[in-house]
Design a protein around this ligand. Sequence first.
Ligand code: PRT
Ligand code: MG
Length: 215
Amino acid sequence: MSMITLALSKGRIFDETVPLLAAAGIVVTEDPEKSRKLILSTNQPHVRVVLVRATDVPTYVQYGGADLGVAGKDSLIEHGGQGLFRPLDLQIAKCRVSVAVRSDFDYRGAVTQGSRLKVATKYTSIARDFFSAKGVHVDMIKLYGSMELAPLTGLADAIVDLVSTGNTLKANHLVEVEQIMDISSHLVVNQAALKLKQAPLKRIIDAFAGAIGEK
Ligand code: PRT
Ligand code: MG
């Protein structure tokens, strides 16, 4: 039997995927928070989990470094989705992508006056599509983290970032001025693996579907 490799990121995606794996009879036998290992074994000798950065999950699955993975819709859009079969919205790790500004910045005014907006974000594809559909001209500043700092330091007028409770924005005196889209995590499968390892992959996909009530 061939090995099935599942790519997950540590933290919320790993934690929220554990119950779905349980439905497929798969138990990860090592705790990612306690181990430095990047490859985790499971109770099933032919199933292993690889830990990668959330934004790298689509890339691992696209090129067959993993047969399947769980990735946020944000990561999938930024990646582009090439080579990926996306059978299920798992409805986990939910949040939204929003535009936020300093509470003293007149966002509506800037938009109605047609000003150029300096936008800092890790999500340049999502942000570009959103502002171009609105007809707003933007100077995009690509960041890899701590977007919240950009408006506070004058690096940008606005940020496009993930928001869940809103506590991070609030703690940094930022306000959410637009909600761009709702985000959840999806199961993604390598298209070639889906043909070569059809039976074991279908078993996992069906178990996940059953666990989220989509049978
Ligand atoms: O953290 P790291 O830089 O390693 O990578 P990552 O941020 O890409 O990964 P991770 O594990 O933090 O998130 C993985 C996926 O979880 C994301 O791609 C989203 O699809 C999803 N998700 C759900 C979230 C959140 N909720 C979330 N709240 N990802 C990040 N956040 C961050 C957000 O960026 C902001 O800094 O949490 C902060 C806001 O949270 P609130 O509750 O204060 O609003
Ligand atoms: Mg994070």
